[in-house]
Design a binder for this molecule. Structure first.
Ligand SMILES: *Cc1c(COP(=O)(O)O)cnc(C)c1O
Length: 487
């Protein structure tokens, strides 16, 4: 199937809508109302198409999309689970969707109540004392959290310069620490895939501002020595940051606050069910312990005699990190998700996420190598080094799985595993779906010996075949004009 771009459907003079001359609207010449330097000298270059051309073009394109509403999406670390439609329904209610952030607080009390209740719910789930809903993504929550740690230490007259980050952390952790102006020290893993506690001991010193821990880590493993790790860092005078992006593994079971952590972020667009991918919108609320509360971004939601209001008068706050109050549509979805599940339902979510991951890992372990023989949480990592030695790389397997109707798992991440293939089934998938995936992965493993070219040339069933990824990244052709000139 060859789908033309909309510019190729363009015919001179073709229109979707034509306006007759309106006798009640005066004829205005651009020259009379705009300064000449603001008037275009060349045409805009829009495609000239009829209404049905537009509708058919974009509807056709939409059928080429693969998403959680069309099939299994086991993209490790990303929690691409099915998102119940009731959340979208709630977010589209006029009291949420048709209000403006500049409206007086008194006119949006219903919305503010929902945001307040969400803060309370997230405090309960994370074990923290205060929450800000403002950060727009997980990495943004990390930056907010680390800037708060920095402000807190500075207030105490301490000039600590390093943040410790285990080598199994999510890549955004060291990036965040560096962006906030810290030096990053990498803590190695032990042979069970957890933090090497002896190495951690030797790395902490009077310069340690804190530790950022992804838990479960990117291998899907829960840190066995979490209490000891927290103690070591606290005793050295550092603070503890918990990357809680993958809370679907622990929700309702354990809480970062109870494990001794001072700051946590949650990814509402993962755990709390907002459709994501393709860049947003997301939401990465941060939770903090009492000592860090004064540093939270402003405005904070406060209750007074007249109900809830935004308080901008926060002396020690690190400032605003996003316009207005955060991505409110995502926040409403998250609240709908919390309330429609209830406490027992949320426990069932994490239980099923963990059960699905361990079932899948076990079912795949005959054909694929699992480097750490441990029970995992919400995801697991395979090493395809044996497959590579037989002639097919992790990338080939990932491309081939597309032909079987699945979205490929994450590849070559985390870096601590060679030929990594990282699988996160999520809690919303049935046993039948998981079994179909296992059968496909087993069939692909046989194909490596029987017909390796099937893998090397995969995918075969898609509109676009295999990219030249290096050129695509270094020299992307993104517009029709560019394509005409260079394509
Ligand atoms: C997804 C993820 C992040 C980053 O979240 P974004 O919303 O993509 O910025 C950080 N840490 C972990 C463990 C994640 O899985």
């Amino acid at each position: 199937m060859d789908v033309p771009v909309i510019f190729e459907r363009s015919r001179p003079g073709r229109r979707g809508v034509r306006f007759d001359a309106h006798h009640d609207v005066p004829d205005v010449r651009l020259e009379d109302v705009l300064p000449s330097h603001l008037i275009r000298s060349t045409p805009l270059g829009l495609p000239e198409v009829a209404e049905n051309d537009v509708v058919r073009h974009y509807t056709e394109l939409s059928t080429l999309n693969y998403g959680v509403d069309t099939g299994f999406y086991p993209l490790g670390s990303c929690t691409m689970k099915y998102n119940p439609k009731i959340n979208d329904w709630a977010a589209s209610l006029p009291g949420f969707a048709d209000v403006h952030p500049l409206q007086p607080d008194s006119t949006v009390q219903g919305l503010l109540k929902v945001l307040h209740a969400l803060e309370e719910g997230l405090k309960e789930i994370s074990g923290m004392d205060a929450v800000s809903l403002q950060p727009a993504a997980g990495a943004h929550g990390e930056l907010t959290g680390i800037l708060m740690i920095k402000a807190y230490l500075k207030d105490r007259g301490e000039n600590r310069t390093t943040i410790l980050v285990p080598d199994s952390a999510h890549g955004t952790n060291p990036a965040t620490a560096a962006m906030a102006g810290f030096q990053v020290k990498v803590v190695p893993s032990n042979d069970r895939g957890g933090v090497d506690v002896a190495a951690l001991r030797s790395l902490v010193d009077a310069n340690t501002a804190g530790l950022m821990l992804t838990n479960p880590n990117t291998l899907g493993l829960f840190e066995e020595d979490i209490v000891e790790i927290a103690d070591i860092v606290h005793q050295a005078g550092g603070l503890l940051y918990y990357d809680g992006a993958n809370a679907n593994a622990i929700m309702g079971r354990v809480r970062p606050g109870d494990m001794g952590f001072d700051v946590v972020h949650l990814n509402l667009h993962k755990t709390f069910s907002t459709p994501h991918g393709g860049g947003g919108p997301g939401s990465g609320p941060v939770g903090v312990k009492k000592a860090l509360e004064p540093y939270l971004p402003y405005p904070r939601l406060m209750s007074g005699d007249d109900g809830l209001h935004w308080d901008y008068n926060r002396g020690k706050s690190i400032g605003k990190v996003r316009s207005f109050f955060g991505n409110v549509g995502v926040l409403v979805r998250a609240y709908a998700y919390l309330r429609s599940h209830g406490a027992e339902g949320l426990k069932a979510v994490s239980e099923t996420a963990v059960l699905n991951a361990n079932y899948l890992r076990q079912q795949l372990s005959d054909a694929y190598h699992t480097p750490y023989q441990r029970t995992v949480k919400h995801e697991f990592v395979l090493s395809l080094t044996p497959q590579k030695n037989r002639g097919a790389r992790a990338l080939d397997v990932a491309k081939r799985i597309i032909d079987y109707g699945f979205y490929p798992p994450t590849v070559y991440f985390p870096l601590v595993v060679e030929e990594a293939l990282m699988v996160e089934p999520t809690e919303t998938e049935s046993k039948e779906t998981l079994d179909r995936f296992v059968e496909a992965m087993q069939a692909i493993n046989r194909e490596i010996d029987e017909s390796p070219e099937l893998l090397h040339e995969a995918p075969h069933q898609t509109v676009v075949r295999r990219f030249d990824e290096a050129t695509a990244a270094r020299h992307p052709i993104l517009t029709w004009t560019q394509l005409q000139q260079e394509g």
